[in-house]
Design a protein around this ligand. Structure first.
Ligand code: H79
Length: 473
């Protein structure tokens, strides 16, 4: 009751003077309760929601791990390869359930080392890990009481790697989170209805047998209850929600269910039907279930004030391991993507696809080590920042902000050392390179904003960060 007037004022401010409010909100690190993948749910106040989302908003950078039975064929089945993503091999190679199940007997990740995986993530500057507990293929990567189709019961490995990973993740100070697919190509409730397709293979239009949905929803809820109580994941990252038998009501019910099991859990928007395809942000015709938007393999063209979102992306062209996919992004692209996303107020969930032996591929670890080198020097300009204040994208790079600070991430260093920065709401008091805080950079005001007189050579060819100290408000 007491909070209602406050929310009303926020709403009024949002609708009357949106732009000014966003700027003020960004400057003090707040987010108004509007926008598609945002808004209060579960009867919590905006302040309660802000508290729940706090660590996630500050983290900015996480590791996605796609690991499951699909790592065994590793993108090739009976000599057939594909340009398509590795974890979808059951669909694109038309593999019947009984055949796909045999991969379990070959899944023995003896080289899996939880401490090493977390060290790789932490070394890159990542603050959380989201791992596939169950992907579309229906195979559980932890011991499930309601299914024998899991790593403990169906593989020669016979151990639960999620337990070790959850423990290590926490021990090294990161947050442990689970991915879970609603669509399930293995569960008997579902089948494929497509010409030429084995009805027990995978398909993006996976159907539900008439009358089977209640059973399947109970199965999902029981698995999720096990996962949540045993591992206490801090985010639930749903996927596979686009099937025609899953409704927004189902999504709202499932959202409520997992929040009741762990009230501070954070849930993505794929729990319900809100998302606009791969763009990932919500439609705005109604309030949808979920706490954040999920652009997939893309970065929104502009920041989205008041909306929590996370871009998930691969480092090559697959999520699950494919031994012949060598189309790796450069460390420069990855670092600039991280900056681009932070400059628009989002999180970056960067994927690795470990092998069936349990190793993160070396091209991934090499790139993550380079990201880590950049983050150790420049992390201050990423963690806990909000979007930059500029309405149009800077020609030379990107900007992030914190109370009292604006960070310029310079991608294209000016040949003459003069960097023109457009005017924004504040006047800087002091400028210096984040890497050398004791060497001030001189600047003068001109008609367009300020001009910084920089060293002639870029200190970092990927992105050099300049700090502009301003008044806090
Ligand atoms: O787990 C990884 C992929 O296996 C999974 N999501 C990432 C994180 C993924 N599932 N599907 N896809 C990627 C591509 C499928 C897109 C489509 Fe649709 C599904 C096209 C039509 C149905 C969803 C609904 C996207 C557009 C409309």
């Amino acid at each position: 009751m007491k909070k209602a007037p406050l929310r009303f004022i926020v709403f009024l401010l949002c609708s009357i003077c949106t732009a000014a409010f966003f700027e003020a909100a960004a400057a003090v690190g707040e987010r108004p309760a509007i926008g598609s993948a945002s808004g209060t749910q579960n009867h919590e106040t905006q302040a309660e929601r802000d508290r729940r989302m706090k660590w996630w908003r500050e983290a900015r950078f996480g590791m996605f791990i796609h690991w499951g039975l699909y790592a065994v064929p590793a993108g090739e089945y009976n000599g057939q390869r594909s340009k398509r993503i590795g974890e979808w091999i059951m669909e694109w190679a038309n593999i019947p359930r009984a055949q796909y199940e045999t991969f379990a007997r070959q899944f023995n990740p003896v080289k899996f080392n939880a401490a090493e995986w977390v060290r790789i993530a932490k070394g890159a500057g990542m603050k959380y890990i989201v791992i596939t507990s169950k992907h579309h293929d229906g195979f559980s990567m932890n011991d499930s009481g309601v299914s024998k189709y899991d790593i403990v019961d169906a593989t020669p490995y016979g151990k639960d790697p999620m337990r070790a990973l959850a423990n290590e993740t926490r021990k090294q100070g990161l947050r442990f989170c689970f991915y879970y697919s609603i669509m399930d190509w293995h569960h008997p409730s579902q089948y494929v209805d497509a010409p030429g397709k084995d009805p027990t293979a995978g398909h993006r239009q996976t159907k539900m047998h008439a009358g089977s949905k209640p059973d399947y929803v109970s199965y999902m809820k029981e698995q999720l209850r096990e996962f949540i109580t045993a591992y206490r994941p801090e985010v639930l990252w749903f996927d596979g929600e686009w099937v025609d038998w899953w409704t927004e009501e189902d999504g709202k019910d499932l959202y409520q269910y997992v929040r009741n099991l762990k009230p501070d859990i954070i849930v993505n928007n794929r729990v319900g039907k809100g998302r606009k395809g791969m763009e990932g942000l919500n439609k705005d015709d109604q309030q949808y279930a979920g706490d954040f938007g999920t652009p997939e393999q893309r970065i929104p063209p502009a920041g989205l004030p008041g909306v929590d979102w996370e871009s998930c992306m691969t480092m090559n062209d697959t999520w699950g391991y494919k031994f012949y996919d060598e189309n790796w992004k450069s460390a420069e692209t990855i670092i600039r993507n991280l900056i681009d996303i932070a400059s628009k107020g989002g999180n970056y969930l960067l994927n690795v696809g470990p092998t069936a032996e349990g190793l993160i591929p070396q091209p991934s670890t090499e790139r993550l080590a380079e990201v880590g080198r950049w983050m150790r020097l420049n992390g201050e300009a990423i963690y806990g920042t909000s979007a930059g204040p500029f309405a149009t994208q800077l020609s030379f790079g990107r900007a992030t902000s914190k109370p009292g600070r604006l960070y310029l991430h310079v991608f294209d260093w000016p040949a003459d050392g003069r960097l023109q920065v457009p005017a924004w709401r504040k006047t800087p008091k002091k400028a210096y390179l984040l890497a050398s805080p004791r060497a001030p950079i001189r600047f003068t005001a001109n008609g367009e904003g300020i001009v910084l007189q920089m060293p002639m050579k870029a200190p970092d060819p990927i992105a050099s960060v300049i700090v502009l100290e301003t008044a806090e408000r």
